[in-house]
Design a protein around this ligand. Structure first.
Ligand SMILES: Cc1ncc(COP(=O)(O)O)c(C=O)c1O
Length: 215
């Protein structure tokens, strides 16, 4: 049973933070990773990560239209939403006046097509695996099973990990943030830029090794 199914069975509102992860569904070889996500009450996902459209662009998808509209439509009496049975676009998002973020999403999907999107996801996953292999070969700890584009790297203690992350960020070759997973701090690598190459990964591995040597 998936965690989503378990939550649903217990009557929880299950939200899937699929900022990166939901894009697994676009790649046939990775889609099994999000099996069961369709049971969730809501999903969030980003366009400005794996789809590579400009900031800022995210999606919220909710299985309960009434709840979605109640959370997002106008509460101010002097502003009126649609009020009708079919929600208007402004009833579904926090802002009413906004730029046409959807246009860039449409154009990117149209240009890539299903195959192009699958290829982009696969390519980034392969680059993440290259990161993990490169760092492991230098004696560094890879904490997660690298099944998508995420790699968690540990550097001994939490303090040391945070110091290495800061040194990598100062170095500037690449940018990696930190995360807490199962009670420990890790450097979190996420590969999603369509322009990232194997050479970029190799240069970045060297930057991490350099940072480790400084700490
Ligand atoms: C899993 C996950 N959720 C949420 C976020 C935050 O996304 P945003 O900056 O689009 O709000 C990130 C950013 O890296 C993320 O990786």
């Amino acid at each position: 049973r998936t965690a989503v199914a378990l939550g649903c069975e217990h009557g929880a509102w299950v939200h899937v933070d699929g900022a990166f992860g939901l894009w697994a569904a676009a790649a046939p070889g990775r889609a099994h990773l999000v099996e069961g996500a369709e049971l969730a009450d809501s999903w969030s996902c980003d366009g400005h990560k794996w789809l590579n459209v400009p900031y800022d662009c995210g999606f919220a998808i909710c299985a309960h239209p009434d709840v979605h509209v109640a959370a997002m439509n106008y509460a101010a009496s002097y502003l009126t939403g649609s009020g009708g049975p079919v929600p208007m676009p402004g009833d579904l998002v926090p802002e009413s006046s906004r730029r046409a973020r959807g246009f860039a999403v449409w154009a990117a999907l149209r240009e890539l097509g299903a195959e192009g999107m699958a290829e982009l996801v696969e390519r980034c996953c392969r680059l993440a695996a290259r990161f993990a292999e490169g760092l492991a070969a230098r004696g560094l700890e890879i904490a997660n099973e690298v099944v998508l584009n995420q790699v968690l790297v540990g550097f001994g203690s939490d303090d040391r990990t945070d110091a290495v992350i800061a040194a990598v960020q100062r170095d500037g070759t690449c940018w990696m943030g930190g995360t807490t997973w199962r009670g420990r701090r890790y450097m979190r690598i996420a590969v999603s830029n369509a322009a990232t190459t194997e050479a970029d990964v190799d240069r970045s591995v060297e930057a991490v090794v350099r940072a480790v040597a400084l700490i």
